[in-house]
Design a protein around this ligand. Structure first.
Ligand code: BGC
Length: 383
């Protein structure tokens, strides 16, 4: 893996201890590197997460909290119900209370500039977690996945499900034309554009050749977007698409979906319209996050694929970066070019994601301990 070190200095403590973070990668145990620097128990890290309506953010919050506590820090973990003013207030309070570092997964990536400049004025560093905070010079580090690649994996998986590509990437035997509809995430989330760009870059050649037809004609991200990534919003749009573009007896063959919750909304709309019963096959539908309800749908042959992003590794990585920053070091970056937030390029540590279909649910999700077989069978965590 390409691990370039970021050279931007974070301040005086930089030079002495750079070597200590040299080996810290996705699989490293961040808890091990702390003990040497003395008492950390009076240091609180503020962790601002967007919502508890999606499993992944609950897992992220729990994993980050546990990792930081293991490293000896106190943690102030807050969820904001996908409400922008709530998240702004939570971050204001973290600053007032004297938290020493902020880890923020933003709801609206452009709405936190004033909070971040107060943090900077108080000497508090900020790590953008999974979603890049835009329009601010006061974002010190970014941990995420390779979000363009996630999109590419979604687009490629749609094409593989349709048979236009083989799993090894070679040309498949199907020729189409296939009717496909496109969904995007929430436009205030910087990731949504990356997922979309990656997916469209994979699909566009097939649109150009006529093998993929977006029958609704809605091929622009702002037409395809889903505010706050909400399942109900996606369901409604799919219902509208069925009524407006498929009222001539034609059928949907595939749907690009950027997130499992959105996929479930799409599936509900399609099932209500008779897809998945009798001869009417459910289309090829993608997703993201390997949410347990969707993993069951994949096992049951209802949803075609998801993209697994191991949030345990992301949490480990943010703990590694946090520890470095709190010890006055520079966190290790493996990308210093991609994530320009409009004001600066934010040094980043990006992790790899993995497409999951029925074929590799067990090896990707059960063998790695992410879920138990019982959870996968029940479609419910804690089963
Ligand atoms: C995350 C995805 C998630 C989506 C909706 C994005 O920022 O990267 O993993 O599916 O938000 O919560």
């Amino acid at each position: 893996m390409n691990r370039r070190s970021a050279l931007a200095a974070f301040g005086a403590g930089l030079a002495l201890t750079l070597a200590a973070c040299g080996g810290g990668g996705a699989g490293s145990s961040s808890g091990d590197s702390t003990g040497s620097s003395g008492d950390t128990s009076d240091i609180t890290v503020g962790v601002a997460m967007p919502t508890q309506t999606s499993e992944r953010w609950i897992a992220d919050g729990n994993n980050v909290k546990a990792g930081l506590e293991k490293a000896g820090y106190k943690v102030d973990l807050q969820y904001a119900n996908d409400d922008i003013p709530t998240q702004s207030q939570q971050i204001d309070q973290m600053i007032t209370k004297g938290d020493k570092l902020l880890i923020v997964a933003a709801i609206d990536g452009t709405a936190l500039s004033s909070q971040l400049s107060s943090a900077a004025a108080a000497g508090i560093k900020v790590i953008s977690y999974d979603r890049l905070i835009r329009g601010s010079a006061d974002v010190d580090f970014y941990v995420s996945f390779d979000n363009y690649k996630v999109g590419q994996q979604q687009g490629t998986s749609l094409l593989t499900g349709l048979g236009l590509l083989n799993p090894d990437g070679s040309k498949g035997t199907a020729t189409g034309p296939f009717n496909v509809e496109l969904f995007a995430g929430s436009l205030d989330d910087n990731n949504a554009q990356f997922f979309w760009d990656g997916a469209i870059d994979a699909i566009q050649p097939f649109i150009d050749s006529g093998q993929v037809v977006v029958k609704s004609g809605q091929t622009k991200i702002d037409q395809a977007a889903t505010l706050r990534w909400q399942q109900e919003v996606a369901q409604k749009r799919m219902e509208d698409l069925l009524t407006s573009a498929y009222n001539d007896g034609s059928k949907v063959d595939g749907v690009l979906s950027p997130y499992d919750g959105i996929s479930r909304g799409i599936i509900t709309a399609l099932q209500n319209a008779g897809y998945g019963t009798g001869a009417q096959k459910i289309p090829v539908i993608t997703g993201q996050d390997a949410e347990i309800a969707s993993v069951k749908l994949i096992n049951d042959g209802v949803q075609y694929s998801t993209i697994f992003k191991d949030t345990r590794k992301l949490a480990e990585q943010v703990v590694t970066a946090s520890t470095a920053i709190l010890e006055g070091q520079e966190p290790e970056a493996n990308d210093t070019e991609t994530y320009d937030n409009g004001v600066k390029v934010v040094p980043s540590y990006l992790l790899e994601s993995e497409p999951v279909t029925k074929e590799n649910v067990t090896s990707a999700l059960v063998d790695t301990g992410y879920y138990t077989q019982a959870e996968v069978d029940a479609g419910k965590a804690g089963s």
